[in-house]
Design a protein around this ligand. Structure first.
Ligand SMILES: Cc1cc2nc3c(=O)[nH]c(=O)nc-3n(C[C@H](O)[C@H](O)[C@H](O)COP(=O)(O)OP(=O)(O)OC[C@H]3O[C@@H](n4cnc5c(N)ncnc54)[C@H](O)[C@@H]3O)c2cc1C
Length: 383
């Protein structure tokens, strides 16, 4: 079958799926292209949700316009796939046939409430943000479970609204990814903003039905608002029984191919079959969307399937990271100073690679990428 005659179906219409659609057209696919998406709000960017959209009254999500791509959109949830007949079935029973399938269903927020416990607040979708925003309007106290980047962004939004916030985690803020050096700096800044940190010695249980607090160290703590930011879970239920996914998500190789012929995957739903690691960040979803599209067309990808640029914003401080994580030990300070809360930092890893961090200092991402690349080369060459 000619490339143009292939029917390509993308399931999931967020950044990985939309990037794949754009790349398919850019690389010459002029045949049928169908995108199935379950979110009633359509395609939009998630990173701004926990930053200005959560803080701003009535701020809208950033949406994408794909009307120039001649895509047939199906606003429904995919519930199953038949890999022999090559069809995807949606909730209303429609069968959508494919010659190549791109899985881009991302992840959903990990929930920690009991099976029948109502009222757990999470932040993954624009609908979650609308619900949280209206609760923030009347809350005076909040508990955030999880001190990763999302938990710290939610805590920052609480501070911006004058809400007294406690963050609970087994580890200090962002320590698992960013290491003690940056975690200590972030914790100090958070304490200056009156965020209280509580270390848990194990999993935190939510109390109340609806949820109104947490059980910690044999004590119940309550707050007007409790938000769970405890990671995410790949959206793979609809792939059950197909062999495309396992308990880690959808395993992919360097070409974003899965273990099933003509099925490709991109974004937060994936993990690398080489390292068994997930890297659920925006830039990876973009890179993998492009690679999956090229592979679905049998073409060479124009970029690698990983991109290690990541950013967050905590208490008005922008942190941009280019390079491998986690970070360990002390960095070299290339510019600025941590005391002033504005520094350009470099970590050299044992394998010769380098991570560059712009901590509260304005630097274009292109420069950070260049520094990380050039320093990696010079470290490897022993210069
Ligand atoms: C609040 C928030 C803030 C973030 N901030 C940052 C940041 O600052 N920097 C950063 O690098 N990353 C950030 N991320 C992570 C980044 O947004 C994700 O890596 C990215 O959205 C992954 O894109 P994706 O397309 O793979 O999956 P998703 O964005 O999860 O989208 C998957 C889509 O598939 C749809 N879907 C799921 N199941 C089905 C089904 N069965 N049928 C049809 N459709 C389905 C969903 O409705 C969804 O629209 C943030 C994430 C969140 C939630």
């Amino acid at each position: 079958m000619s490339l143009g005659g292939r029917r390509i179906v993308i399931v999931g219409d967020s950044i990985a799926g939309c990037t794949a659609a754009r790349e398919l057209r850019a690389r010459g696919h002029n045949g049928a292209l169908t995108m199935i998406g379950a979110d009633a709000d359509g395609c939009y960017a998630r990173p701004p949700l926990s930053k200005h959209v959560l803080k701003g009254e009535g701020a809208e999500a950033e949406t994408w316009d794909l009307s120039d791509l001649d895509v047939t959109t199906v606003a429904d949830r995919a519930v199953s796939v038949d890999t022999d007949r090559r069809t995807v079935t949606t909730t209303d029973g429609t069968d959508v046939p494919y010659d190549a399938l791109i899985v881009a269903t991302g992840a959903s927020a990990r929930r920690i409430a009991g099976p029948n416990q109502l009222g757990e607040n999470v932040l993954r979708t624009f609908a979650d943000v609308r619900s949280l925003r209206s609760k923030l309007d009347s809350a005076r106290t909040a508990i955030v479970v999880g001190a990763g980047f999302l938990g710290m962004e939610v805590a920052s939004a609480c501070v911006a609204r004058g809400i007294e916030v406690t963050v609970v985690d087994v580890d200090p803020p962002l320590q698992r990814l960013l290491g003690s050096f940056l975690s200590d700096a972030i914790a100090a800044r958070a304490q200056d903003s009156s965020i209280q940190f509580v270390r848990a010695d194990g999993p935190v249980a939510l109390t109340g039905d609806p949820v109104a607090g947490i059980e910690l160290h044999d004590r119940t703590r309550t707050a007007d608002l409790v938000v769970t930011c405890a990671g995410d879970v790949p959206e793979t239920d609809w792939l059950d029984g197909t062999g495309i996914a396992d308990s880690h998500g959808v395993g992919i190789d360097e070409l974003c191919t899965t273990t099933v012929p003509d099925v490709y995957a991109a974004g937060d739903v994936t993990y690398s079959r080489g390292t068994s690691a997930r890297a659920p960040f925006w830039s990876n979803a973009v890179a993998q969307g492009k690679v999956a599209a090229a592979s679905a067309l049998g073409l060479e990808p124009t970029c690698p399937p990983t991109d290690d640029y990541f950013w967050t914003e905590i208490l008005g401080l922008s942190i941009k990271v280019v390079g491998p994580l986690p970070l360990r030990g002390e960095p070299t300070i290339l510019e600025g100073s941590m005391d002033e809360g504005s520094a350009l930092l470099q970590w050299n890893h044992d394998d010769g690679r380098t991570t560059i961090v712009a901590f509260g200092i304005k630097k274009p991402v292109g420069l950070l990428r260049r520094l990380a690349r050039d320093s990696s080369v010079s470290t490897k060459q022993g210069i």
